[in-house]
Each structure stands twice: as C-alpha cells, then as structure tokens.
Design a protein around this ligand. Structure first.
Ligand code: 13P
Length: 290
C-alpha cells in the first residue's frame, strides 16, 4: 500500500469515529518499529518527522535522511503517511515538502491568530499544489519547561475557542486541525482531563479531522472520550521514548552492564513496537476501506 497523504489516511475517521496514531521517529530503529507494528496489525499509521531535520544543512545528508524514510514507507504493506511534526517556520515546512513528506504540520499556535492564519494559508496553497496535506494548530498545546507538569498547571486560557477554529478552517483550507483541549506535550503528573464539552462544540463547527497532541500520559478512558467527542489523529511520542529507554535500563540491570549493544537496540525496538501496537488498539484504528 505504501505512502499516502494525511487526507487519505484519515478519510474515514470522522464518519467512523476512530483515530489513527501518529508517532515521531528518532532514528531507523524507531522508524522500523513504528512501521512494522502497523504492518503486523494490518493498520494504517502516521510516521512523524520531528522538525529538527531542518538543522541538516548539507543537501546530500538531507536527501539521504529522507530517502531512508521514504524507502521504508514505500515498502510498507499498509498505508503510511510521512508527516512533518511541528513545522516551526515557513522554510521548515517547504523543506519537508521538498524532502518528500506527504503531509506537513505548520505550528503557528504561539503566534497571533491572524499571523498563524496568513502563514498557514500560504503553506496550504503551496502544499496542495504538490499533492501534500496540511495540519495546523489553533489554541496552544504547551510543553513543560523541564520535569513534569501537574494537571492543575495546564493553562485553560490557551484552549482552542470553537469559533476561532471554525474561522481558521474556513479561511485557510487546512486538511486537519490540532486543538488544545487539556493535554500537554511530554511528561505529565496526575491525570489529564479532556474538555469534552469544548471538543463537542468544535466538532459541531468543524468538519475536518481533529488532532490531539500530547497523547502520552493520558489514561485509556481519556483517549476513548477524546475519540468519542471528535478526535481523529493522536500524536504520541514520550511514551515510546520511555518504553525504549525503560527496556534498555532493564537489560542493563539484568546483565549488570555486560551486554552487547545490539541487545539494547533490539530491546528498544521491541518495546517501541509493543507501545505502538498498544496505542493503536486503544485508538480503535481501523484498516482503510474496512
Ligand atoms: P507526547 O510526547 O506527550 O506524546 O506528545 C507528542 C506530540 O504531541 C508530538 O507532536
């Protein structure tokens, strides 16, 4: 099946009320674990490229980086969307399109709304003319400065306002919209609570797929609530990273540090794959055209 756009991979998710998992890859080991998990489950997956790829200045190194990702996606036996996560500038997004991403996210959520809208609109025009999908964010999903955030620290004044979401989608023509409804990126202490009333109102006003960032740390019941109230793509990274480092830590302890590096790589791979499969089950992801 191989590479598809975000629009294609999410095309049935709104009507059938399920979410597709979106997982950031750090290296070839993570890429293989994420795509292999999807293949073993026979389910679609969104493989996310973190924005730090844009720091690669050397053109040959950059095309090597993308060619490896593209090769794995094209060989996949299930639909895979190669998506830029948190494109933090116009240039970063254009570079990702040039590299071969089938979808980009422009994150202008920290900018004034009008500026976020203007840049998103221009990127939609460019991306759509290349057959690439666009996700953008209105409201702001924060990140802890270091350590863990408490549920009570989440800033509700940054949550997405439903009327802003409607206007943003109408004026920009984006394909998917990330909304702030109670999660944060990274480590979280306590239990995050999704603002389902707000989500219902956004879903009433916005017909395109909705995206939840900061999936790690959410209990299964909150994922299910988020999906029942309109979420169709869930970004999940910290949980994969912790699963991999936890598996390495366990191996090192078991063998008192006397273990070949390949065993650690394999342990991280298996842990990452298992974590992806577990999230897919919780998200209720369905095969395309099921
Ligand atoms: P977590 O690291 O909290 O899972 O968030 C990932 C994310 O939203 C990436 O865009």
């Amino acid at each position: 099946m191989g590479l598809v756009t975000l629009t294609e991979i999410l095309k049935e998710s709104v009507e059938k009320k399920y979410a597709v998992g979106a997982f950031d890859t750090l290296d070839d080991n993570f890429t293989e674990a994420i795509v292999a998990a999807a293949e073993e489950e026979g389910l679609p997956v969104i493989l996310m490229v973190p924005n730090f790829f844009a720091d690669i200045r050397d053109e040959r190194q950059l095309s090597f980086y993308f060619n490896r990702l593209l090769d794995r996606c094209q060989r996949a036996t299930v639909p895979v969307c190669l998506h830029l996560d948190h494109g933090n500038s116009f240039a970063c997004c254009v570079k990702a399109i040039h590299g071969g991403c089938t979808s980009i996210m422009f994150d202008g959520s920290a900018l004034p709304v009008e500026e976020n809208m203007a840049i998103t609109k221009e990127l939609v025009r460019i991306a759509h003319s290349c057959g690439v999908s666009v996700e953008a964010e209105i409201g702001h999903v924060g990140s802890p400065e270091g350590g863990e955030l408490e549920a009570s620290d989440v800033d509700a004044s940054q949550y997405t306002k439903p009327e802003d979401a409607k206007r943003f989608v109408e004026e920009t023509g984006v394909d998917a919209l990330a909304v702030a409804v109670g999660t944060v990126h990274g480590l979280f202490k306590g239990t995050p609570k999704i603002d389902t009333e707000r989500l219902d109102r956004i879903r009433e006003l916005v017909k395109i797929p909705l995206v939840l960032h900061g999936g790690s740390g959410l209990p299964e019941s909150e994922f299910r609530a988020a999906i029942a109230h309109g979420i169709n793509k869930i970004n999940f990274f910290t949980g994969l990273s912790l699963a991999a480092s936890g598996a390495i830590d366990a191996k090192l302890k078991e063998f008192h540090g006397k273990i070949h590096y390949i065993e650690l790589i394999n342990a991280a791979h298996e842990a990452c794959k298992a974590a992806v499969k577990e999230q897919m089950r919780i998200f209720g992801t369905l095969p395309l055209d099921a």
